[in-house]
Design a protein around this ligand. Structure first.
Ligand SMILES: *Cc1c(COP(=O)(O)O)cnc(C)c1O
Length: 449
């Protein structure tokens, strides 16, 4: 018989039977399967850490959002926000569902074109579009959202050179009653710049004003802010119509709907606190329908929802590599996925759940990543049962932004797999190798020895 290793005793408050104010026991349940597939099998086959996406959840979220808007408003078009997650397989799923592409850089633009998206179905946002890329997009017929005057003048030069009028959309910043106000993007409404830009488009004679766009921020949990924004955009469109005769064909209310993640600063869990997509749809649709458009001139409503469509479809599987007690007695575990691939951990209080239920007493635990830096904390405190090296944890929701914002700081980036709706399991991005990191480098001859 082997002797058990000695562990210094610790005294813990027993809280297993207490319900919190939502009536749940404070326990953790294991998350053993994702879409019916065993988490432990995935890690055994594809290694750890591992990003896992559920095609079923992606399609379900999209259909729910589209239904919420199209039931309330007659002309709705979604455009998938590439920067939220631009893996080809994921973009393709949203395009199959009917979404256009919303891009914010020339390389995202090229990704959408490479996936076969027509220029006319690409919305091109962002504060910097190099003039040659702006030219390709404008001449190709993309819907370009102009951010500032220099870009407006560049668009005029391009249209003049082409000898034809080109339609553009103006990005507008406005006060929707939320803070921080994202007034660094677009032309400001309240100080009159937005109307001036529309007048300039009219008097310049080279462009037409095709649409108005506003993106008020991200993780905005207040649907009424969208109602105020849509009402202001609609009023501006009507004013432009009256003053210049230009018909604004589209209003784009951007992205930013909250996902069901829980923020560090939030008391109520996101699953209980986040408004349903119907509330956003109701606020926006009502504001536009009541704005006073002639029925034949009702604008098309564009939405660029990113986070809310993809967050809960993504999971990060990670293995425990070590246990320790900190100086103050706090229990800590070290896992093999860190903040270099989990950017949202600075902001989200992710669920961290064991992948199998092996019992044992729960204890507040700090979950550290594998990076050699103090800020590499996946969760500062979470109730977990005893864990051993090799045990697997599931972190969720991680679907939005983590893959696109990840970096190879100390550790390379993990593989991403997609679980299909008929049990398919596909690698949609392989784990990185050293050559992926070192490929672009050159060692000058004088430093070769
Ligand atoms: C990032 C971004 C989006 C998507 O925002 P989410 O918060 O992910 O929904 C939409 N439109 C623009 C212009 C953006 O910059």
């Amino acid at each position: 018989m082997t002797r058990l290793a000695y562990e210094k005793p610790t005294i813990l408050r027993h809280n297993a039977a207490l319900a919190n104010k939502f009536g749940r026991a404070p326990g953790v349940r294991a998350l053993e399967r994702i879409d019916g597939v065993k988490v432990l099998d995935l890690v055994a086959q594809f290694g750890s850490p591992l990003f896992v996406y559920s095609e079923h959840r992606l399609r379900r979220a999209y259909r729910e959002a589209y239904r919420a808007f199209s039931q309330r408003y007659p002309k709705v078009q979604f455009a998938w926000s590439y920067k939220t997650l631009y893996l080809d397989a994921i973009c393709r799923i949203f395009h199959q569902e009917g979404a256009w592409a919303e891009v914010v850089s020339e390389y995202e633009y090229q990704m959408a074109r490479a996936l076969g998206i027509a220029d006319a179905h690409i919305l091109f946002n962002g504060p910097y579009k190099p003039e040659k890329d702006l030219e390709v997009a404008l001449l190709g017929g993309a819907r370009v959202h102009i951010d500032h005057y220099e870009e407006l003048y560049a668009a005029e030069r391009i249209a003049r050179k082409a000898g034809r009028k080109i339609g553009v959309t103006l990005r507008i910043s406005l006060d929707a009653g939320i803070h921080p106000r994202w007034d660094r993007f677009g032309f400001n409404l309240e100080n009159g710049e937005a109307l001036d830009a529309a007048r300039r488009i009219h008097s310049g004679g080279h462009l037409t004003l095709q649409g108005l766009h506003c993106h008020i921020g991200t993780y905005i949990a207040d649907p009424s802010a969208y109602g105020r924004m849509a009402a202001k955009l609609a009023a501006l469109a009507l004013q432009v119509r009256r003053e210049t005769g230009m018909l604004v064909e589209s209003l784009d209310c951007g992205g930013g709907f909250a996902s069901r993640a829980t923020l560090h600063a939030q008391y109520t869990p996101g699953v209980d606190a986040t408004p349903p997509v119907d509330d956003y749809a109701e606020a926006i649709s009502r504001a536009i329908l009541e704005a006073g458009f002639a029925p034949s001139e009702l604008p098309t409503l564009f939405l660029e929802t990113g986070r809310a469509l993809v967050d809960e479809a993504g999971f990060l599987l990670t293995r425990v590599v070590g246990n320790k007690r900190l100086a103050d007695g706090t229990r800590a575990v070290i896992v093999d996925a860190g903040v270099n691939v989990l950017f949202t951990s600075f902001w989200y209080r992710h669920d961290v759940l064991p992948a199998e239920d092996r019992g044992g007493m729960l204890e507040d635990t700090v979950v550290y990543g594998p990076l050699c830096m103090n800020i590499d904390v996946v969760r500062p405190s979470v109730q977990l049962p005893p864990l051993e090296a090799g045990d697997t944890l599931v972190v969720r929701p991680v679907g939005a932004y983590n893959v696109t914002q990840s970096m190879q700081f100390i550790r390379l980036r993990p593989a991403v797999i997609l679980l299909g709706e008929k049990g398919e399991i596909d690698v949609i991005r392989r784990a990185e190798e050293l050559a992926d990191l070192k490929g672009p480098e050159f060692l000058p001859k004088r430093l070769t020895s």
